[in-house]
Ligand binder design. Structure first.
Ligand code: FES
Length: 192
């Protein structure tokens, strides 16, 4: 099982000014409008680090995943080191350091779902998609990943796809969901 942990973010050193961390304009790739919006949010924060997760999510929404270049952008915006941000990005299930498919299927593997057939659900989806855990289908439609409790325990086993939660999963229901997603145009909003 993937363990759940609680982010404890220490703010124990004086933050650099936002202007200072934004002064390095090298390697920009983020649209000006988005960058300005992120800068505004960072400036409102007590410490730029408070905005780290929001900035990473925003860059991920823009670029699809957190490439090394996106991480450098975040580092420049927040005044944090790439290593600090990498530790954060690899901690959260919904931040992706590698490219993912249009739909990211997170199957819950916490204790209640685990007791209600999590492994069968995972195996079924993997077989249907022809990918292993962490894999992406060749057409770029689906990525299969685990996650911890979705708060849907009363409807276990459960999964989350692009911000939408599905419970009481059966093979038939999974087939229907995958078919609906294949036919959905435009795709679900990527609320990752
Ligand atoms: S244990 Fe799976 S939703 Fe809670």
């Amino acid at each position: 099982m993937v363990s759940c942990a609680i982010l404890k973010w220490r703010v124990d050193s004086p933050a650099p000014s936002v202007d200072a961390v934004l002064s390095d304009k090298s390697a920009q790739m983020t649209p000006k409008e988005l960058e300005e919006s992120l800068k505004e949010d960072i400036e409102k924060a007590y410490d730029p680090r408070e905005q780290a997760v929001d900035v990473l999510y925003a860059l991920q929404r823009q670029h699809g995943h957190l490439s090394d270049e996106a991480m450098r952008e975040a580092s420049r915006l927040l005044g944090m080191t790439p290593l600090e941000l990498d530790e954060l990005a690899t901690f959260y299930d919904f931040l992706y350091r590698e490219p993912v498919g249009k739909y990211v299927i997170h199957v819950c593997d916490s204790v209640v779902c685990w007791m209600h057939g999590h492994q069968s659900v995972m195996d079924y989806i993997a077989e249907r998609l022809g990918v292993g855990l962490g894999g992406t289908t060749p057409d770029g439609m689906f990525t299969l990943l685990p996650t911890c409790c979705l708060g849907y325990c009363d409807r276990a086993p459960a999964m989350l796809i692009n911000g939408r939660v599905y419970g009481e999963l059966t093979g038939e229901k999974i087939d229907r969901i995958l078919q609906e997603l294949r036919e959905e145009e435009p795709p679900l909003a990527l609320d990752r």
